[in-house]
Each structure stands twice: as C-alpha cells, then as structure tokens.
Design a protein around this ligand. Structure first.
Ligand code: UD1
Length: 429
C-alpha cells in the first residue's frame, strides 16, 4: 500500500491547477444512463472513484472511452470521457461494487426511469456514519416507483415508467436531490422538489441534463421544477471546478504561509470557506485566472465555524479547517451538523501534538505553537488530506498511511504540492 512522506516547514509558492469536481463528475457519469446517445464529459479528474464508477457503469453495459491527449494539452488538463449507454444489459448493481463507493447507489434513479426496474445493493455504513438512503427511496416512491428491500438489495419497479410528483425533503440531501432530479426528468408530467440541496454540483448536473433536452427550472435553489420528457439526447459538458480541492489547497497555503495561485478556481463556489480564511488572517484575491491565496508573516487567528448545506461552510472542508486551527493563536470551535461521527481525524491530529477536545458535535481546538511529525492514517478522504495539511508545518517527518483514501478524491496531490516547494513524496509498496 502506498504511503506519503512529508517533511514540514516549507512555505508554498507557485501555482496549483484545480481539477474538475469529483462530486459533479460522479452524478454526471451516472446521468449517462438516461440516454441511448453518447454523453461526452470534459475536464474529468483522474481519480480512483472515477475509475471505479467506469467499472460499475461497464457492468450495466455502458461503454466508456477515455479520450487521448491533444497537442497543446497541459500536464494537468482533465480527461475527456465518451460515455455511451446505448444498450443497458443489466439493471443490477451488485454489493461488491456499491459497497466500495456509496455514490454508485445513485444509478438506481436513471435505471428505473429508463428501464422500469433496478436492483441495487444497499451501500452499508461508512467511516463517517450510517448515511441512510431512506430519502432517496422516498423520492423514488413519490415518483411512482414500487420499492422493496430484499436480501440487502433495493428493488425499484415502475413498469409503465415514473410519473411526476411532489417531493418535499425533510432535510437537505445532495444524494436525495440527485436521485429526485434524475428520476423526474424522464417521468410523465411535472415534479416539484422542495427543500432541494443547492450545492453547485446539483446545478452542474442540471445544466448538463438541460443540454440533453430535460426541462428543469430552479436547480441551485431550494425549489426545483421539472417537466418530464419522453427521451433525452446526448451532449457535451465540461465539469465545473472542484470547490473542495480549491478550499483544501487554500487551507494548505494558510497553514504553511506563502503565495499560491489556484488556477481555474471559482471563488463564488466556496465563499463561506473563503470568508472564514479571511477572518483567520489569509489574503485572498479573485483574478480572472482563479484565486490567489497568501499569508505572509501574520499568525493564524482562531475562528468559530458550523458546517451547513450550501451556501454554508461545507462539511467536506471541516477536517482541513480543523488541521489549520491546531496552529491558531487562540481557541477555535468547529461544529459538524451534516454527518455524525465525522471527527475521525481528531485522534490522528492529536498524534502531531494538537490540542482538541470533543463534546458531541463540537470540537474545541486550542492552538499550539508547534506540531511534530508522526506516522498517521485516516479513514476517509477529507480526513486524510487534513493530516497532509498538518504535516506540511509539522517539525520532522510524517508518514501518511492508507493513501488510497487520498487517491479517491485528490488528483496527484503530492505533485501539485511539491511543485509549490513542499517536501512531499509518494512511497510505493
Ligand atoms: C454528498 C457528497 C459529500 C458531501 C455531502 C454533504 C458526493 C459524491 N458526496 O454526499 O462529499 O459531504 O454531500 O455535502 O456528492 N441522509 C439521510 N437519508 C438519506 C440521505 C441522506 O438521512 O436518504 C442524511 C445523511 O446521513 C447526512 C445528510 O442527510 O447526514 C446529508 O447527506 P447527503 O447530502 O445526501 O450527502 P451525500 O449525497 O451522501
């Protein structure tokens, strides 16, 4: 298993190209199941989760071709996927695949919408909590699907197609909103989704669906209206920039000090996180190339933050912010409201000498003057990267184990950071 070795102490200086968003790419790839025509996705990040979803879609009979590099393409330019679900040969998503990536459960909506049936394994628990799918199933039921759970599988049936309906989510859910949207676009009649997730990745998927011929209004707001159509066409779509990767590198620069241009970043996708960084003493400037992040001389000021659905502070940046606050001049408080049990990084950050106290959903972080390198490991991808951020300023050497978590969500992290002066390398084996 690969490990990453980091020796802390270098400020980051240079440019980091921001990749396409993992959390938009996955549902966009899944949306290919809605049409028998080719869907071409550009700016797709090279990530383990993308490769795994290619395999999962392949199991349903989807052909995925990866476009080759073209003259003039930069080293970090995303890949282009040509996806064709001309014939769906299997409507079952088996346990051994779905259990490896929760988002693959989302194939259930396009499969039942287009094929009238789907049999998809329940994903099971994961490191950041129980993460149920009850609201996804509620959405499909409201669109007329019959749902049965048998032997660890969800069987969804709508032999005469889905029909429009009203879906009111009792809590904001990204997975539920994707499911409702992908079901409703091919349903007969009109659907209204209330209390929909407003995450930019939902709007990106909706943009692509509209190009495919779907009739959607209000994506990116809490109320989405959809008028079902009989079929969808293929299209070409460029995946939007990854706001979580952007925020992660911004926090890395905040931690080490220095001056980095995040090429292609879109500040409006993470304003809440940028506001917190400014409060912490980081200088941020939006330019037409992306986002410039600087911290020179001044220390890190403590902050009080609560995670919330978009446009609030994202749960996917909570671990990284906590790593940053371990070095603040004072005491910070971070409250996690989206996922239970999303504090697995706390014990690992303590191994660097961080002073963090947990009380229910709230972590109290007393900044310390120095961190010391240590062997560490993590159980999910955002937690793993928080350990990298701590290691970048820790005295001496850190070995981050279980690097496969990082590879799920960060494209060539060690290359991007070492190009900016970090002492970081991958050790294979
Ligand atoms: C997505 C993101 C993930 C991010 C999360 C919140 C992808 C691939 N993943 O995850 O990176 O951290 O949004 O921004 O896009 N819930 C239920 N019942 C359900 C569904 C969800 O109770 O049927 C709960 C969850 O347990 C959680 C909350 O709702 O507490 C939010 O989950 P959701 O927004 O659906 O997250 P994901 O789509 O799984």
């Amino acid at each position: 298993m690969d490990r990453i070795r980091i020796v802390g102490g270098q400020p980051l200086k240079g440019r980091i190209p921001i990749s396409g968003a993992k959390n938009a790419t996955l549902p966009l790839m899944i949306a290919s199941l809605l049409t028998d025509e080719p869907l071409v996705l550009e700016n797709v990040p090279r990530l383990a989760d993308v490769a795994l979803l290619q395999r999962i879609l392949g199991n349903h009979g989807v052909d995925v071709m990866v476009g080759g590099k073209r003259p003039g393409d930069g080293e970090y330019d995303g890949q282009t996927l040509h996806i064709s679900a001309k014939r769906i040969v299997d409507t079952t998503a088996p346990y051994d695949l779905v259990s490896r990536m929760r988002a693959s459960f989302w194939v259930i909506a396009p499969l039942v919408a287009r094929m009238g049936e789907a049999k998809v394994s329940l994903p099971g628990g994961c490191a950041i909590g129980t993460r149920p799918v009850d609201l996804l199933l509620m959405a499909l039921r409201n669109l007329g699907a019959e749902i049965e759970i048998d032997g660890g599988y969800v069987l969804a049936r709508a032999p005469h197609g889905l029909r429009g309906g009203e879906i009111v989510f009792p809590k904001v859910t990204v997975s539920g909103t994707h499911t409702a949207l992908m079901g409703a676009v091919l349903a007969k009649g009109a659907t209204v989704i209330e209390n929909a997730a407003c995450e930019p990745e939902i709007a990106d998927v909706a943009d692509c669906l509209v190009k495919m011929g779907a009739r959607i209004k209000g994506a990116g707001t809490p109320r989405i209206e959809i008028e079902g159509v009989a079929r969808l066409d293929g299209t070409r779509h460029r995946v939007l920039a990854d706001r979580i990767e952007t925020g992660t590198y911004a926090m890395a620069v905040a931690m080490t000090g220095g001056d980095v241009m995040l090429d292609g970043a879109r500040p409006e996708l993470l304003q809440a996180a940028l506001d917190v960084l400014v409060e912490a003493g980081v200088e941020i400037a939006a330019t037409n190339e992306g986002l410039r992040v600087q911290r020179n001389g001044a220390g890190i000021a403590p902050v009080t933050v609560t995670t919330a659905p978009f446009p609030g502070f994202p749960t996917d940046l909570q671990a990284q912010l906590m790593a940053l606050m371990t070095r603040a001049k004072g005491t910070s408080r971070i409250t996690e409201t989206i996922f239970e049990n999303r504090f697995m990084h706390v014990q690992e950050l303590a191994r660097f000498g961080a002073d963090i106290r947990l009380d229910g959903e709230t972590a109290t972080i007393a900044g310390v003057p120095r961190l010391k390198g240590a062997p560490v490991m993590a159980t999910d991808l955002r937690a793993s990267v928080s350990l990298v951020i701590a290691a970048l300023v820790a005295e001496g050497e850190t070995l981050v184990n279980r690097v496969y978590h990082l590879d799920r969500g960060f494209e060539r992290l060690e290359d991007k950071l070492s190009a900016c002066g970090a002492e970081i390398e991958r050790i294979s084996g």
